[in-house]
Design a protein around this ligand. Structure first.
Ligand SMILES: C[S@@+](CC[C@H](N)C(=O)[O-])C[C@H]1O[C@@H](n2cnc3c(N)ncnc32)[C@H](O)[C@@H]1O
Length: 246
């Protein structure tokens, strides 16, 4: 809701066509509820969510139906270029990409494809608080994509328990300074934090202390699957991420 309010305050919602690239934080619902609380039938000129995960899309659609707010959802893997219907069609992008350089690059590239070539173009970009050398690389990426940084809110997004990624992330407001051609083909390289940082794949069983690495030695690929089958040593179902590995 705070993210939606900041977007409203900075002119990124009213009368704008808004695309959310991934929306597990349900910012689309916050935008809809905000518009309704301000007495608008349609504060924006349309809110679209593109996400690869049908669970989030179903949740958002069901909530939108219940609250009688208009949100369009599109199943799309952002590793692939945007479909024509989403290309060159939006004024505002909102995204919380994977907190890796590759994730930032991919989601920024798709955001650029989605923006209408006319008008200014704004992107609300949530990201981890990286140390200065990596922040410099991220800022070089913004420049390469033609974005100027308008505002940075440190520690704006707070995630209880997200110790590997950092509990708090920054919100960055980007404005398009110039149109840069976009032609990132399908991306098949590493993308997510776990692809890039193996430490986030190592877990300790809370019951017996067994060390388990997702995807290795017949340990399932995801923590959800590991919890479902239980620890191979003691069948316990609680796990902590292993600190300091990798
Ligand atoms: C990228 S995740 C947030 C990740 C978090 N910042 C991190 O580094 O772990 C935010 C949203 O993007 C969606 N998402 C992730 N990968 C995607 C992809 N390849 N295409 C479309 N949406 C994707 C997720 O389903 C989720 O709703």
């Amino acid at each position: 809701m705070l993210r939606a309010l900041v977007m409203l305050q900075n002119g990124a919602l009213e009368g704008r066509r808004v695309l959310l690239l991934g929306d597990d934080d349900s910012v689309s619902i916050a935008i809809g509820l905000l518009g309704r609380s301000l007495g608008h039938d349609d504060l924006t000129r349309g809110v679209v969510v593109a996400d690869v995960d049908d669970r989030f899309l179903s949740f958002i659609s069901a909530a939108a139906k219940k609250e009688q707010i208009r949100i369009d959802t599109v199943h799309h893997d952002l590793r692939d270029p945007l479909p024509d219907a989403l290309t060159d069609s939006f004024d505002t992008i909102e995204t919380d990409p994977p907190y890796t350089f590759e994730g930032a690059r991919l989601f920024l590239a798709r955001g650029r494809e989605a923006l209408s070539l006319e008008g200014s173009g704004v992107c609300f970009f949530s990201f981890a608080q990286w140390p200065a050398p990596q922040m410099l690389e991220l800022q070089e990426l913004f420049v390469a994509f033609g974005w100027a940084i308008r505002n940075v809110w440190p520690n704006f997004n707070r995630y209880a328990g997200a110790t590997v990624l950092g509990n708090a992330g920054q919100l960055i407001e980007l404005h398009r300074g110039k149109v840069v051609a976009s032609d990132l083909p399908t991306w098949s390289g590493p993308l997510y934090t776990a692809d890039v940082n193996p430490r986030s794949r190592a877990y300790i069983c809370a019951e017996c202390g067994a060390q388990l690495v997702l995807g290795q030695n017949r340990t399932p690929d995801t923590i959800e699957a590991l919890k479902a089958v239980g620890c191979p040593v003691c069948s316990g179902r609680a796990f902590h991420r292993q600190a300091g590995r990798g």
